[in-house]
Design a protein around this ligand. Structure first.
Ligand SMILES: Cc1cc2nc3c(=O)[nH]c(=O)nc-3n(C[C@H](O)[C@H](O)[C@H](O)COP(=O)(O)OP(=O)(O)OC[C@H]3O[C@@H](n4cnc5c(N)ncnc54)[C@H](O)[C@@H]3O)c2cc1C
Length: 230
């Protein structure tokens, strides 16, 4: 889907590109509907709404669209150990190491095997409780959403310190060392953790409705937003 437009009626017009298995556009199609369910994930759904807001095609969108974005505090950390890891070994056992009594902040470690990891190294996924401090804005030149995430915010620095403390205990017990500090450059859990936008088209007694289905969050309050007629 590339765009959404509110029509009289009330109806929504959506434009979609039909793509082949290489991702090439082979046709463009237009659909008109009364109820529109958006399930393009926290990034994709937000981008569609930000584009509609920028283009003025959903004029009743509020200013919360794009705000309150967060993660599960994901970070990756390569751990140097004394055993064989790659290329012929299986992944480590699927476990979670909880350190909820960490005096700095509660954190958790999980194995996060990556195929490009060198011999003698295992990668761990660290998780903590982030705040919804990120936001997305619409970039008119690229026609896509830009994500802003404050990796060095006080809360994220706190999670880093807590993780480093837990890794220290882990390393002492296992004779391992960290190849690098926790890296927060990527997340497997892009989440919108608070109510972040809503849309309803009030036209007479009948109203068109957009429903946005969002990722579940470990720390979320209301991950599912349903815009209802008012
Ligand atoms: C490596 C990895 C491991 C994970 N492990 C776990 C786990 O163990 N447990 C767990 O609970 N979660 C896990 N997750 C997280 C979980 O996969 C995601 O939170 C979940 O898939 C999000 O669901 P979603 O429907 O919101 O978004 P997605 O699954 O991302 O689905 C969004 C879909 O919308 C499509 N889309 C985007 N934009 C558009 C558009 N404009 N038009 C049409 N379609 C569009 C995308 O192609 C995609 O198919 C993991 C994630 C990763 C990456």
């Amino acid at each position: 889907m590339t765009s959404i437009q509110a029509l009289d009626g009330p109806r929504y017009k959506v434009i979609v590109n039909q793509i082949n298995t290489k991702g090439e556009v082979i046709a463009q199609k237009i659909f008109v509907c009364r109820y529109l369910f958006l399930a393009a994930g926290s990034i994709g759904t937000t981008e569609l709404l930000l584009r509609a807001k920028a283009d003025g095609t959903l004029p009743l969108l509020n200013n919360q669209v794009g705000k309150f974005w967060g993660t599960n505090g994901d970070s990756t950390t390569p751990i140097i150990n004394n055993g064989r890891t790659n290329p012929n070994q299986g992944t480590p056992g699927v476990i979670a190491i909880e350190d909820f009594n960490n005096p700095i902040a509660p954190v958790m470690l999980e194995p996060f095997p990556l195929s490009a990891t060198p011999e003698g190294v295992n990668v761990a996924l660290g998780q903590g409780i982030t705040k919804p401090e990120g936001y997305l804005t619409y970039n008119r030149s690229t026609k896509s959403a830009d994500l802003f995430w404050p990796a060095n915010s006080p809360n994220n620095q706190k999670i880093t310190s807590a993780l480093e403390r837990t890794y220290q205990i882990f390393n002492q017990a296992n004779g391992t060392t960290l190849a690098t500090p926790p890296n927060f450059a990527a997340t497997a859990h892009p989440l919108v953790v608070r109510r972040w936008g809503e849309y309803a088209v009030p036209m007479g007694k009948s109203r068109a409705t957009v429903i946005c289905l969002l990722s579940m969050a470990l720390s979320c309050q209301v991950p599912l937003l349903v815009s209802t007629p008012r």
